[in-house]
Design a protein around this ligand. Structure first.
Ligand SMILES: NC(=O)c1ccc[n+]([C@@H]2O[C@H](COP(=O)([O-])OP(=O)(O)OC[C@H]3O[C@@H](n4cnc5c(N)ncnc54)[C@H](OP(=O)(O)O)[C@@H]3O)[C@@H](O)[C@H]2O)c1
Length: 274
């Protein structure tokens, strides 16, 4: 049975997400679907959404956010979908797609680092800019998935951490700019979360121990509750909140040194095999 939809979310009818094909994105889709059968979903990612949805409830548009031509094509289809599914409700855009890469810069390659910037930074800016008119006229919302890596430099994940710092600052800035248009802008900062992220980023093992690790379902629940409460920023989990608050009190050079000594211990599988 569906849980009651929080009043503040009941006025949404269309949800556009990037990266709903796995991990946190897939959990967000599932939980929104469990909240109300009235939501309609449009997903943009390279592979389609795996979970089953009632017929006509979801459109999966193939999209490589690192490729300008691919995302432009996907946008045309997404706009058509937004018009076709318009029942006078609000639009929620979830900027979730993203990936990281562990290693000494520029490992594994400068191109891979640049792709990361395209997906993690240009992706949200492009999606949000392209749908700005629709978001404002429906008085909708933007949820962007940043990370606890947003709060301090992350040696051995330097480009990734910097992309997430961008998402945090950009999202908070936007939350003030779009307030008068009635658009809620929420930045979600998960800590280590059990998804394909770590394998994709080249970690041998996901660093989920020590109380900071969460499941994708836990992160999705926190994100949706925070959206319903009208928040602009949420750090997921008590331990992550404490670590983020602690990091903010130390000089940046100290935090960077501490982060480097922790990150150095997380060896790449291919280093161990060599
Ligand atoms: N897991 C963590 O510990 C953690 C912590 C903090 C923040 N985050 C952030 O949470 C978000 C979701 O990650 P996740 O943990 O759920 O990892 P995941 O399971 O690997 O999911 C990543 C998603 O991003 C999509 N994506 C990757 N490259 C893409 C591209 N070129 N074009 C379009 N979509 C692309 C993937 O879809 P396709 O492969 O189908 O394209 C996939 O759906 C990311 O922004 C990540 O940085 C994760």
């Amino acid at each position: 049975m569906n849980k009651p939809v929080p009043h503040s979310l009941s006025s949404f009818d269309r949800i556009v997400i990037t990266g709903g094909s796995s991990g946190i994105g897939a959990a967000l889709l599932q939980q929104f679907q469990n909240l109300s059968p009235d939501f309609r979903f449009c997903n943009l990612s390279r592979s389609p959404v795996k979970d089953s949805f009632p017929e006509g409830h979801i459109l999966s548009i193939p999209c490589d956010l690192a490729d300008k031509e691919s995302r432009q094509k996907a946008l045309v289809r997404c706009r058509e979908w937004l018009k076709a599914e318009d029942r006078g409700g609000k639009i929620l855009l979830i900027n979730n797609s993203g990936f990281g890469g562990y290693g000494e810069f520029p490992s594994p390659s400068t191109d891979r680092n640049l792709s990361m910037i395209e997906v993690n930074v240009a992706g949200p800016v492009w999606m949000t800019g392209a749908l700005a008119e629709e978001l404002k006229s429906s008085k909708g919302a933007v949820m962007s998935i940043a990370s606890t890596a947003s709060f301090q430099p992350t040696p051995y994940l330097s480009t990734y951490g910097a992309t997430k710092a961008f998402v945090l600052h950009w999202s908070l800035g936007l939350s003030q700019e779009w307030k008068r248009d009635g658009v809620q802008v929420l930045c979600v900062c998960p800590g280590p979360t059990e998804t394909a992220f770590f394998k994709e980023a080249g970690f041998k093992e996901a660093p989920l121990k020590g109380g900071s690790g969460q499941t994708a379902e836990e992160v999705a629940k926190i994100a949706i509750n925070s959206l319903a409460k009208g928040k602009t920023l949420v750090t997921c989990g008590v331990v992550n909140k404490l670590v983020a608050a602690g990091a903010g009190r130390l000089p940046l050079t100290w935090v960077t040194w501490i982060a480097a000594s922790i990150m150095r211990r997380l060896r790449l599988e291919r280093f161990q095999n060599s």
